[in-house]
Design a protein around this ligand. Sequence first.
Ligand code: PMP
Ligand code: GLU
Length: 395
Amino acid sequence: MKPISKIAKGIAPSATVAVDSLAKQMKADGIDVIGFGAGEPDFATPDQVKVAAIKAISDNQTRYTPAAGIMPLRKAIAAWMKKEYGVEYQPSQICVTSGAKHNVFVALQAICNPGDEVILPAPYWVSYEEAIKMAGGVPTIVQTSEATRFKLTAEMLEKAITPNTKAVILTNPSNPTGMLYSRQELEALAEVVLRHDIYVVSDEIYDQLVYVGEFTCFATLSDEIKERTITINGASKSFAMTGWRIGFAAANEEISKAMANYLSHSTGNPCSVSQYAALEAYSTEDDLVGKMQLAYTRRRKYFLERIAKIPGLSCLEPDGAFYIFMNIKEQIGRTIQGVKINSSADFAQALLEKGLVAVVPGEAFGAPGYIRWSYATSMENIREGLDRLEKFLAE
Ligand code: PMP
Ligand code: GLU
């Protein structure tokens, strides 16, 4: 048989999805595992959003829609961007997709030629690297460290740029580290972006989940920056709507048109019922996120207090999102529960098998030596999970 495509062969499965599926399967098999793998809100979708979806079904809003989403939703998202960040987009500049993950994919398809380099600061969310490759691009990984709070600096960006650089991906606040860029840090990056005339894919899906500092939408920095920025956001995290699969991108007219063309040939359109649900989430005056923000704030605080008391582990205090990015480098080389730990992947594997706690190893994010915990789970699970971690480490 002839070989399958080289690009397809080079794509690894998503480690976050894999850990989550494994933990769910173990649970279904009756194993008492606690999952900290997937970054998925544990809250129910707000009632009024569900009601809007039920109404859409009753009203027979169950047909194909325009590829980049129904006009009322694109208008509501443009109005939401204006209300939240004061940035102006025409509805035609908003592309609604089946989840923000698909928008990352389509955005990269829209801007990359084969061989174009896309700068990706590590630690990075697992899907970017593969999405760059699927677009024929070449990921240029820039390793950051705790010294810059895992953030890309203007100097690092400058150094990574070559004549083939097409774009840089920024995640603010970050998955997996939870770090938030200050306005000054973004302005310094913006200066380099403009000087080299590259695009910015700014993934702001955790914009509503910030506990320390103030979030800045990259596209608001200047008109020139707005022209070169594809903002990625969506309903999954802010409104606890992961399963509805609604994300959006805001970009210049040329890019949004190219993305809409891609969508018209791929998914056709995002689910019609989900679009009506998202329309409610993006147009309501009610506060849908406050309660969740408060719960995450408490969990984050508890997590940090507990970690501070466990020898041989550490983590920087995250500013936003719902992740703890734990440094486990001191554990490497140890034998824990009879298992020799040679890497963070070994640690995560042993913690799952012996401690019945599922976390994602840093290798998945281009950051060996770390493990990621999602605190989008109940306080009870967090308490028990950390008890298990302590027990695991002690024996
Ligand atoms: N970007 C980041 C940084 C994420 O963590 C996620 C998590 N799923 C996504 C995009 C995609 O979100 P979704 O496809 O559920 O909208
Ligand atoms: N983005 C979430 C995570 O990082 C959900 C899983 C995924 O889509 O990667 O865990």
